[in-house]
Design a protein around this ligand. Structure first.
Ligand SMILES: NC(=O)C1=CN([C@@H]2O[C@H](COP(=O)(O)OP(=O)(O)OC[C@H]3O[C@@H](n4cnc5c(N)ncnc54)[C@H](OP(=O)(O)O)[C@@H]3O)[C@@H](O)[C@H]2O)C=CC1
Ligand SMILES: C=C(O[C@H]1[C@H](O)[C@@H](CO)O[C@H](OP(=O)(O)OP(=O)(O)OC[C@H]2O[C@@H](n3ccc(=O)[nH]c3=O)[C@H](O)[C@@H]2O)[C@@H]1NC(C)=O)C(=O)O
Length: 702
């Protein structure tokens, strides 16, 4: 059917090259679909501007087509007018003062070989990309770790109303396979700055890239990679391949036998076949790997992408970050990194910066809540309690285990109970502040409820004790004191009950404080994974103790357990972290990577662990969410004198009850009555305490 506006367009722009019913086989590399009703090919910027003024003035929808190497045509007639820049007016190539000016119609292989001829480097690794510069810029085309955006000085074009548009490198956000160049812009050219390079070397690099690509990728008709990679460690091609779907065919299209992320048109493919196959691959990968692949190709049909995405729905995750503790900044970084990893895996992620401990609507709406909060209410069990009470599924330990691992004094008590070696320790308060006599200097003073090494002070000499206490009492009224253990610091991550390789930490400060952990990044603190200075037995020993603590404390999903391996070779446990950091310098992702688990896989696995749990006691819909009370410190030890006094009084009360019973029993028996029940009851009451103690002992015997 002829487009109604066509005659008016021809009258308005008589020189404009217009083609009707152009087969998608002629204008796209994949070649599925029927034919594009109208294709306009402006020959210079002025004609392009005129065309855009006409289409916007007549409300005619348009789309831009470059080399067509990433496009999927449609079976039904396309309601949009296609605009393709004509070779004549948009293939400029010039070089002046180190700046290359190139037209948007130039194909990347052409652009690359011309720059290499001029002795310029940088682009050789992009030499095999078949699209035009325009398409490459819009999608920030890349290969082998290099993207076109890296070399751009300025991009120029026209917006869809026909007005000139341009933007400098820094005004554009260059993403993996995407840029912030507005959708309603036709790119006409760009300026690039390339480094000088040896011509012969670059020519050789270019040839080897083209050759490698020829071997790796299918020769038939395709639109390049179908899906974006989840990450460089989770390439879509491998994920599909592992589903054994090479050669899988629907109608006239099939998964390439050479590279599973390519779908090839076997000559008679329809758009509907292609969409069905993309849906099938997406479902298969979701089922086997738990990732929700996102298409890289562009569908002309506006209904196609929603249909593909509807094939399998990704879980909704509400990621909590920020918090109100000292560690807020770290949580913002960790949380953003986790959110990005989950998005790379195709999850539907909403991010909430929480500053108060309460239930929020987005938490209820999510399938899983993923708290990445360090310290404060995020890690001491309060937010977990709120979620448990609302029956929400969330990643990480529950409220009781969170509180236990956050509370350094409670942790010490548990370590003693479980027989896990730990530094000798004591507790000081404002009332009992003297240097514990049973501990040897140097000592470490710790604020019990702080994380990330906040509030840790080392006391080398007795004279430093009072000053150190003053500093620490500003943060808490009760402090943990422990003997300093000279040795090698290691940390053992546990993810879903699986122990990951231990990491050895070498801090420039002697001990791993906040600065060493976050401020100096990789440059100053050194990490070795696997640990380089310990024997396999020592690492195995630490791993066993870490698991003992993980189970003993009732933790789940994720835990990082810190140790110092002393000069005696014993791993002394310091503490557990139930929400360990996930920044660039964080340790759990490092260890996961060493054991072949990508960050994306690790975060996805944690989401699934939470999804499998059933949290009981759901609250009624829209119930008001009470602010959570501050947590009671775990096992706060009562005054021992008071306990002793109560015990004595209890014993006295027992004797006072027992004596009248025994006396009455004897008297009754003497008088010829059945007094023995009274006598036996009295004796029981008298012996009750000893009986309880005896039963307790029997129960504890293994
Ligand atoms: N790495 C590889 O091996 C491969 C990479 N590719 C990449 O795919 C992309 C395809 O390039 P190409 O074939 O030229 O593009 P296509 O013709 O396939 O068009 C793809 C999209 O690019 C946009 N586009 C194309 N030209 C322009 C322009 N002049 N101005 C504004 N937007 C434009 C359009 O986006 P919109 O619809 O949003 O306007 C269009 O939908 C490139 O990035 C290419 O490098 C392709 C195959 C293999
Ligand atoms: C093809 C495109 O870009 C390509 C680009 O050409 C190449 C070269 O740098 O790197 C990316 O492919 P890719 O990640 O699949 O790279 P490859 O080197 O082919 O494969 C990655 C890994 O997956 C494995 N792999 C790949 C395909 C397969 O069927 N089976 C398999 O196991 C490979 O063995 C390799 O270990 C880009 N794809 C994406 C989605 O980022 C495109 O954008 O259309």
């Amino acid at each position: 059917m002829k487009a109604q506006y066509l005659d008016d367009l021809k009258r308005a722009l008589p020189r404009l090259a217009i083609r009707e019913n152009v087969s998608y086989r002629d204008i796209t590399s994949l070649g599925v679909g029927s034919a594009l009703p109208v294709l306009a090919e402006p020959q210079d910027p002025e004609e392009l501007a005129g065309l855009l003024r006409f289409t916007s003035g007549h409300a005619i929808p348009v789309f831009v087509i470059g080399g067509g190497t990433n496009l999927v045509g449609m079976d039904a007639p396309c309601p949009m007018l296609g605009i393709r820049l004509h070779r004549n007016g948009f293939s400029e190539f010039s070089s002046e003062n180190g700046i290359i000016r190139a037209g948007a119609h130039l194909r990347l292989p052409d652009l690359t070989s011309r720059t290499v001829e001029l002795g310029l480097g940088g682009l050789a690794r992009l030499a095999g990309i078949p699209g035009t510069l325009g398409g490459a810029l819009r999608m920030n085309a890349g290969a082998n770790g290099v993207s076109i955006g890296d070399f751009i000085v300025k991009v120029s074009g026209f917006d869809f109303r026909g007005n000139p548009w341009s933007a400098g490198h820094d005004e554009i956000e260059w993403r993996y396979r995407g840029s912030s160049i507005p959708d309603d812009v036709v790119i006409t050219g760009a300026e690039l700055k390339l480094p000088a390079a040896d011509r012969e070397t670059e020519i050789a690099a270019l040839r080897s890239e083209v050759e490698a690509r020829r071997k790796r990728e299918p020769a038939g008709r395709s639109a390049g990679c179908t899906f974006r990679n989840v990450s460089e460690f989770e390439p879509a091609g491998r994920l599909i391949d592992q589903c054994r779907l090479k050669n899988y065919r629907i109608g006239g299209v099939a998964v390439s036998a050479e590279h599973a992320n390519f779908i090839v048109n076997l000559d008679s493919g329809r758009e509907s076949d292609y969409v069905e196959l993309v849906r099938h691959l997406r479902c298969a990968v979701a089922e086997k790997h738990g990732f929700y692949l996102r298409p890289e190709v562009k569908f002309l049909n506006p209904d196609a992408l929603p249909k593909v995405m509807a094939a399998v729905e990704a879980p909704k995750i509400n990621l909590l970050l920020g918090g109100a503790s000292n560690e807020r900044e770290i949580s913002l970084k960790s949380g953003s990194a986790v959110a990005q990893a989950l998005r790379n895996g195709g999850f539907d992620v909403t991010v909430t910066d929480v500053t108060e401990c309460r239930l929020l609507p987005e938490m209820r709406e999510a399938d899983v809540v993923y708290p990445v909060l360090h310290g404060g209410f995020g890690e001491d069990g309060r937010i977990q309690k709120v979620m448990e009470e609302a029956g929400l599924r969330f990643v990480g330990s529950g409220s009781a285990a969170s509180l236990l691992t956050m509370d350094k004094i409670a942790t010490k008590r548990l370590l003693d109970r479980l027989g896990i070696p730990t530094a000798k320790w004591s507790v000081v308060t404002r009332d009992r502040r003297e240097l514990p006599q049973n501990l040897k200097l140097p000592l470490i003073l710790k604020v019990p409820m702080e994380g990330s090494t906040f509030g840790i002070v080392k006391v080398e000499r007795a004279e430093e004790w009072d000053a150190a206490l003053e500093k620490e009492f500003a943060m808490a009224g009760e402090l943990l004191v422990e003997e300093y253990i000279d040795g090698i610091e290691i940390t053992v991550p546990i993810v879903n009950g699986e122990v990951l390789p231990a990491i050895e930490i070498k801090s420039p400060h002697g001990f791993y404080d906040y600065d060493a952990k976050y401020v100096y990044k990789d440059g100053h603190t050194e990490y070795f994974c696997p640990a380089r200075s310990l024997s396999a037995e020592q690492v195995a020993d630490a791993s066993r103790q870490a698991v003992k603590f993980y189970l003993g404390a009732g933790c789940r999903d994720i835990l990082r357990v810190d140790f110092i391996v002393g000069k005696d070779g014993v791993p002394y446990m310091l503490e557990g972290n139930s929400i360990p950091g996930c920044t660039a310098t964080s340790l759990v992702p490092k260890a996961a990577k060493v054991s072949g688990i990508s960050f994306e896989k690790m975060t996805a696995t944690l989401v699934y662990a939470a999804m499998r749990r059933h949290e009981p006691r759901p609250e009624p819909e829209n119930a008001a969410a009470p602010a959570s009370p501050a947590p009671a410190r775990l096992a706060n030890k009562p005054n021992p004198l008071l306990v002793k006094l109560c015990h004595l009084l209890f014993r006295l009360a027992l004797v006072l009850c027992a004596v009248p019973l025994i006396v009455s029993g004897i008297q009754a028996m003497r008088a010829g009555y059945t007094g023995w029940p009274l006598l036996v009851s009295g004796l029981f009451v008298l012996c009750a305490e000893f009986l309880f103690k005896w039963f307790d002992r029997l129960e504890k015997m293994k």
